[in-house]
Design a protein around this ligand. Sequence first.
Ligand SMILES: [Zn+2]
Length: 128
Amino acid sequence: MDNYKDNYNEAMGSMTSYSIATDIPLEIFANICKYLPPSILFKLTSVCKQYRKYLISLENQDIWRTSRLGLLSYPKLPPPPGMTEQDYIKLTAAESGCRFCGTRKSEIKFYWMFRVRCCNKCYKFNIG
Ligand SMILES: [Zn+2]
């Protein structure tokens, strides 16, 4: 077995077969992912357990960081301590609207203390 497949198995857990999409060196897979927008990375985490395990690993946060900094116009600051890149990207996705009611029409604010993105009405109802 090729060396990269050994490394891949080690990183991804036991796999008995390789699909075309995963039969590439892990380094190349990671580099491809870095140039995909976060929205696609989130979709990739739903493709299979191996992708999910690899992509949400704390060791692979650099993939999300590179994607976020290169392909999103915001946020440029690093995530708060203890927050993963994925959670940070989801939280700051203002176009997703209020976390509680889903509205996109009223002003959406980030309340970092509570790590939540919501409209003023929901803030008063749920937090304030
Ligand atoms: Zn709301």
